[in-house]
Ligand binder design. Structure first.
Ligand code: CP3
Length: 333
């Protein structure tokens, strides 16, 4: 068993494993070098030689317990033939959402379009660097993908006006997303992903009353699906006020907490393994402070199954040396 499986399945609380969201990315000079020559982000994700290499880059440097496949949650609208572009210093920009177009996509078209992602997973899974480690596949939660498909870019603090106006459209898109997210999960697992993480980055935008329809039910359907394939599933409902209720209803194998969550109260009240929490901005401070903050999480979770990670992705300004130091702190604890 891998260290992460020991934590999730055997509920082991010693030798805390570690991996980091966005561990492959702009803070690594070797990534920036490839990125410079590949200005089109989607095409980079669809280049299986480069995307598999980028996935492995952090493992060449640091003693991490998992790789996460270099791709994006927005490969789903892309696979459904909605236009997706990544603009420098702006982020994702999607084209018009046309129900007629996305309804016409079938499983074969979709798999064909995303085929390089699956081939990349296969390549990574066959690499020696991943031995006794996990390869994390992922999807965006239906809600977060819906946000991008309708809102067309990252919402700053709130959604566009009239977001919920077209109920028919929203319900149809959620049905389509469920089908293709399951397919995407299935293909990732078939090609070597050994854990699935579900990112719900915009969970925090919803009011309490809307959580069942847009978060609990659609996510539970995916969680049950991953479990039926005998693969552990980690959920990250970023910004949610009530992680406890979420865990009671959605029942992921592991929950990733964001940095606004009080780790002490979560540790007391949640009986499933926990992942993450440390504010990525701590990696921009100094080693002494990083050590203090990392040890804080390790101490709080010392008798609770815990996978070390952050409360959101590694920031582009992070020095690789700080990541190296963090991994060493966790491994030496
Ligand atoms: O190392 C990894 O974590 C694996 C790859 C990964 C990426 N995106 C690559 C990426 C993963 C797991 C994601 C998930 C993702 N993508 C989420 C959920 C997690 C989160 O951050 O909340 C979301 C919301 C997206 C959508 C997205 N993709 C945004 C908003 C942006 C632009 C902002 C940013 O963070 O750069 C992206 C681009 C993106 N996805 C980059 C990377 C490495 C940066 C691309 C670049 O300009 O080089």
């Amino acid at each position: 068993m891998t260290p992460i499986q020991e934590t999730i399945i055997n509920k082991k609380t010693t030798n805390t494993p570690i991996w980091l969201m966005r561990q492959a990315g702009r803070y690594l000079p070797e990534f920036r070098e490839i990125r410079k020559l590949n200005p089109n982000f989607i095409n980079l994700c669809l280049n299986e030689n480069l995307s598999s290499e980028i996935t492995l880059q952090p493992l060449r440097r640091f003693n991490l317990d998992a790789a996460i496949i270099f791709s994006d949650i927005l490969m789903i609208p892309y696979g459904l033939n909605q236009k997706v572009e990544f603009k420098k210093d702006f982020g994702p920009q999607l084209g018009l959402l046309d129900l007629d177009i996305i309804s016409k996509v079938d499983e074969i078209d979709f798999i064909e379009k995303l085929y390089p992602v699956y081939k990349s997973i296969k390549k990574v899974s066959e690499n020696n660097l991943i031995k006794n480690k996990n390869l994390i596949g992922f999807v965006g939660a239906p809600w977060t993908i819906l946000v991008y498909m309708i809102n067309k870019h990252s919402p700053k603090k709130h959604l566009i006006k009239n977001f919920f106006k077209d109920e028919f459209l929203i319900n149809r898109v959620l049905i389509i997303l469920e089908k293709f997210l399951k397919l995407h999960i299935d293909q990732q697992i078939k090609n070597g992903a050994t854990v699935i993480q579900i990112f719900d980055s915009w969970a925090g935008l919803l009011e309490e009353k809307d959580l069942p329809n847009y978060i609990y039910i659609p996510t539970l359907n995916l969680v049950d699906y991953v479990k039926s394939l005998n693969i552990p599933v980690i959920c990250f409902p970023r910004g949610l006020k009530d992680y406890i209720n979420y865990c009671d209803i959605v029942k992921p194998d592991v929950v990733n907490i964001d940095y606004d969550v009080n780790p002490i109260s979560i540790c007391k009240k949640i009986n499933i393994p926990v992942q993450g929490g440390l504010d990525p901005k701590i990696l921009l401070t100094d080693k002494e402070n990083l050590k203090k903050e990392a040890i804080k999480y390790l101490e709080i979770f010392k008798d609770h199954p815990y996978i070390f990670n952050l409360g959101h992705g590694v920031l582009p300004e992070t020095k690789p040396d700080m990541v190296d130091y963090l991994v060493k702190i966790v491994k030496d604890y």
